[in-house]
Design a binder for this molecule. Structure first.
Ligand SMILES: [Zn+2]
Length: 110
């Protein structure tokens, strides 16, 4: 028995705003498929992922470019554009393909 457990994150943040599954879920988008209710077809299921180049991709590219002069061979320049770890993740409904949200590695997810 752990004497001290971390508190769950409160879901209700403002009284004037009706909390919805989607709005709350968007804050926790990740690079893994999410269980969500689709806002368009109301289908409950896992989202499909699409990896797209985002801000973090270009930051990683620049970091490798700069460090390439000193440390890494420039051979690694392609890595951020080909490895999903560096990309932003779009979530799409698996049933109707509607865009649900985008997980950004840098900045606010939408
Ligand atoms: Zn849908």
């Amino acid at each position: 028995m752990a004497p001290h457990r971390s508190q769950p994150i409160p879901i209700h943040r403002s009284a004037s705003h009706t909390p919805s599954m989607l709005v709350n879920a968007k804050k926790y988008l990740s690079d893994r498929p999410q269980l969500l209710d689709c806002p368009r077809c109301k289908q409950h299921g896992e989202t499909e992922l699409r990896f797209v180049n985002g801000f973090f991709t270009y930051v990683a590219f620049l970091v490798i470019l700069v460090s390439g002069i000193f440390v890494l061979p420039l051979f690694f320049l392609w890595v951020p554009f080909c490895v999903d770890t560096f990309k932003d993740v779009e979530h799409h409904c698996s049933a109707c393909k509607a865009w649900i949200g985008t997980y950004r590695r840098l900045g606010k997810s939408t």
